[in-house]
Design a binder for this molecule. Structure first.
Ligand code: ZN
Length: 316
């Protein structure tokens, strides 16, 4: 059904549609990996904690460096193979967070966090997916230096896609934490909440981690009940988004609300209420009379809400 609201073309979601061939079968070939790592045509994304280092071109940044230039920015802590893009190998390189922070002082560099890069469009959008891949994987290494079975120091293997324990032989693989993010819908209304961390006026979908032994559908129903006291029935998958803060996968859903009275969890939210379709259309377009707004198009919440406004969410 065509939208009754003039919101223009659909914007692009951040961190998705990667152009990288991850070439997983290639990771174990150490010799070839080193040759590609040394190839001056190979590209390196440089990550220091939450910060991404780019070369400044006016207000924008070019995030790919040649190996020598990347390593000159700071002592490399870890290198991971991201895959091939256009036939050229790409790697992620971690430097210390305080070294990256100090690089902010250089006029030739643009050093900022990945959220700002995505929201403000500071790099060409094709770089967002590999930057998310590099940041999530490098952060996993930074937080998993020891074997979780026996406590010994573990070693990087498979181009950065595994850590092996030399003491007990356990193999450890990078984690992705699944997180549901959902819009409960009841007729012409949808349920939005406000986290105390949000800027004044921003409202978004409810969200929470999927727990062990739980389906996506059950997690959607549980989180909506816990945070807002609303009972949900059917759940429909919408789309997903890697969310490298630090290493989540956002699983976007619409949910059929069966009740409408709200009991808000005040330890998680400082607002939860129903919004009419026309009101959220104004919030997406940043034309709400009270200045209320939704998250930016780089975040999946924007697209989940937009699908409801456009009449593309299931009617259940
Ligand atoms: Zn071990």
């Amino acid at each position: 059904m065509p939208s009754r609201f003039d919101l223009g073309p659909k914007p692009r979601l951040g961190y998705v549609d990667s152009l990288i061939d991850r070439a997983a079968a290639f990771r174990a070939d150490k010799g070839a990996m080193e040759r590609h790592a040394d190839d001056p045509k190979s590209g390196y994304y440089v990550v220091g904690g939450e910060l991404i280092v780019t070369r400044r071109h006016g207000e924008h940044g070019e995030p790919l460096f040649a190996r020598a230039d990347a390593e000159a920015l700071g002592e490399p802590h870890e290198r991971v193979f991201l895959g091939f893009c256009g036939g050229l190998a790409q790697f992620g390189l971690a430097i210390a967070a305080d070294v990256a922070e100090a690089l902010k002082a250089r006029d030739d560099l643009l050093v900022t966090d990945l959220r700002s890069i995505a929201v403000q469009g500071l790099v060409d959008s094709v770089h967002l997916a590999p930057l998310a891949e590099a940041k999530a994987l490098l952060l996993w290494h930074a937080r998993h230096r020891f074997c979780s079975v026996c406590g010994s120091a573990s070693r990087v293997a498979d181009g950065g896609w595994r850590r092996d324990c030399p003491a007990c032989g356990a193999q450890h693989f990078p984690r992705t934490d699944p997180c549901v993010i959902m819009l409960a819908v009841k007729g012409e209304r949808c349920l939005l909440g406000r986290s105390p961390r949000f800027g004044a006026g921003m409202w978004s979908c409810l969200a929470g981690f999927v727990e062990p032994g739980e389906s996506v559908e059950d997690a959607v129903r549980r989180e909506t009940m816990e945070e807002a006291g609303v009972v949900c029935g059917q759940v429909a998958y919408f789309r997903s988004q890697p969310w490298p803060f630090p290493m989540s996968l956002m699983i976007g859903c619409h949910a059929e609300a069966l009740t409408d009275s709200i009991t808000m969890d005040e330890s998680e939210l400082d607002g939860a209420r129903w919004f009419e379709r026309g009101e959220v259309a104004a919030m997406l377009a940043r034309r709400h009379p009270d200045g209320l707004y939704t998250p930016p198009p780089s975040a999946i919440a924007h697209h989940i809400i937009r699908a409801f406004v456009d009449g593309e969410a299931p009617g259940f």
